[in-house]
Design a protein around this ligand. Structure first.
Ligand code: NAD
Length: 514
């Protein structure tokens, strides 16, 4: 098929998108595929090969958000009354559709944002895992039942849905992150309006199509494509949207928090990170080397949990660093669809320029560049937004490259003398998402687990690789205390109601009748 052919609206089979075709996607509102009211569109291009147009999408605005919220509010009236086990069955059916279509979905995702196929398969798998996990929640959704202090009285609590949830997602996990939000919202009895990132609108769209195929009633999940300002802000501000779940940068998260504050709208924020891997003198260095390579340069360093600092003790730095630099320089860059490639492009040229600006800052701050530090423009790489894996040595804790999220393949190495110093340096950033320590000393490992300020700590594993069945999120400027993933995600998407049933047949006064 000609790569530039735009399929007529609605012509592509639901959920299908082959890796050369260009598809004209529409919004999904009330179960119908509709263009933006303005009829405007935007393009989604492959960052490895910008001549590859993945799709066109509606450039929506506040009026489209209003339509979607109205559809979600209408669907809520009946969806909240569907029992949780029945709601979960639809989610599990969607998982089966995603599983059958995994390869195709992964290839579309690699085209839209660049990460290598093994990782986009993992991204789809995470959505499948989340669907099975949340599917099982349909038969739990536990509350608490406790004894009453009064006779002939029952005291228990139940979970209730919130209403219409507004979901706003980033581009780096194009299907996994929407799945962490959509599935728990649905099992809890909520309806949804989702705005995916403009760099990766196709993957979230295909996820919602799988849900529709699985039997989700019209209007329960609505997709509105478009920018943060034109679509994200109206979702946040809409009075009929009862809850916002946002994953993205801390800067935008703070803006959303300020907008939600006047109405006290419920808000779950999963934000940026400046994650570190500690390597102690007694560590298994081969293991630590594999860990830092994967943590720093997997997903081209564009994970919220990516290892952007390596904190290494004096005794092992000389043994570790030359090997690390050698391996980083050998990583093969290229189109993520090529099985021989280790590292794909960064998501777009603006992101690449931002990464390079940080490299310049690092040089000016006096850090020593060990490798990388430039655009990768050899041969066919020139057309795409590639950046060489970069390692800085002699980084100190107060340097900006040690404190600020760069969100690219840049690793800062800091040298310390002890575990206490390592933990102090690790904690010395505004963020607190993921962390890791490599050591064979169980006492050191347990002290690190206790003292590190982060939502996630790995022992003898890299900073990346969270599983859906544990709480996911972080402290400080990484979030506002919610945890999506694990059983805690249900708390984000449900409201507690305490229920007292007095079967004494008389007025009983708690705290007084004793
Ligand atoms: P971003 O904050 O720029 O955008 C995220 C989403 O918000 C996008 O859909 C965007 O269109 C929308 N948006 C932008 N401005 C908005 C506004 N004012 N109001 C409402 N919506 C708005 O982030 P990004 O570049 O897409 O993603 C990278 C960031 O996401 C990094 O900081 C990364 O650490 C973070 N992230 C965090 C987690 C986590 O779970 N903690 C996971 C993945 C990514």
């Amino acid at each position: 098929m000609n790569p530039q052919t735009v399929a007529p609206a609605g012509a592509a089979t639901r959920g299908q998108a082959d890796e050369t075709a260009t598809r004209a996607y529409l919004n999904i509102i009330g179960g119908k595929a509709v263009p933006a009211r303005s009829s405007k569109t935007f393009e989604n291009r492959n960052p490895a090969r910008p001549d590859d147009l993945v799709g066109t999408f509606p450039l929506s605005a506040a009026e489209d958000v209003s339509d979607a919220v109205a559809a979600a509010a209408k669907a809520y009236e009946s969806w909240r009354l569907v029992t949780a086990p029945r709601r979960a069955e639809i989610i599990v059916r969607a998982a089966e559709i995603l599983r059958d279509r995994k390869e195709q979905l992964a290839r579309t995702m690699t085209r839209e944002m660049g990460k290598v196929l093994a990782e986009t398969r993992g991204d789809v798998q995470e959505a499948i895992d989340m669907a099975y996990y949340i599917g099982a929640e349909g038969r739990r959704l536990f509350g608490v039942t406790v004894p009453s202090e009064l006779p002939n009285k029952m005291a228990m609590s139940i979970r209730q849905p919130l209403g219409v949830c507004g979901l706003i997602t980033p581009w780096n996990f194009p299907m996994a992150i929407p799945s962490w939000k959509i599935f728990p919202a649905l099992v809890g009895g909520n309806t949804v309006v989702i705005k995916p990132a403009t760099d990766t609108p196709a993957s979230a769209h295909l996820l919602v199509e799988a849900l529709a195929e699985a039997g989700l009633p019209d209007g329960v999940v609505n997709v509105v494509h478009g920018s943060g300002g034109a679509v994200g802000v109206p979702i946040v501000m809409h009075p009929d949207v009862k809850m916002i779940s946002f994953t993205g940068s801390s800067e935008v998260g703070k803006d959303i928090a300020a907008r939600c504050a006047p109405s006290l709208k419920r808000l779950s924020l999963e934000l940026g990170g400046k994650n570190a891997q500690i390597v102690m003198d007694d560590a298994d260095l081969d293991l630590a080397l594999e860990g830092v390579l994967w943590g720093a340069f997997g997903t081209t360093g564009q994970r919220c949990t990516a290892t952007s600092r390596l904190i290494v003790t004096k005794g092992v730095r000389e043994a570790l660093l030359p090997r690390l630099v050698d391996r980083a320089m050998k990583l093969r860059l290229g189109d993520g669809l090529d099985a021989a490639v280790d590292v794909g492009p960064v998501v777009n040229t603006k992101a690449r320029d931002g990464i390079h600006a940080y490299v310049e800052i690092g040089k000016k701050e006096g850090a020593k560049l060990l490798c990388g530090g430039s655009f990768a423009e050899e041969g066919s790489l020139k057309a795409g937004s590639f950046y060489h894996p970069t390692i800085f040595d002699q980084v100190t804790p107060k340097m900006r490259i040690a404190r600020e999220e760069i969100f690219g393949p840049v690793l800062a190495v800091l040298t310390v003398s002890s575990l206490d110093e390592a933990v102090r340096v690790l904690n010395d950033t505004p963020y607190g998402l993921s962390s890791s320590i490599y050591t064979r000393d169980v006492n050191a490992a347990m002290r690190a687990v206790r003292d590190i300020e982060a939502g996630i700590t790995y022992v003898n594993g890299p900073t990346i690789g969270a599983e859906v069945q544990l709480p996911f999120g972080g402290v400080k400027e990484t979030g506002n205390g919610h945890r999506e993933g694990g059983p805690t995600v249900i708390d984000a998407f449900t409201e507690w109601k305490s229920v007292y049933i007095d079967y004494s047949g008389k007025l009983q006064k708690a705290q007084i009748d004793r």
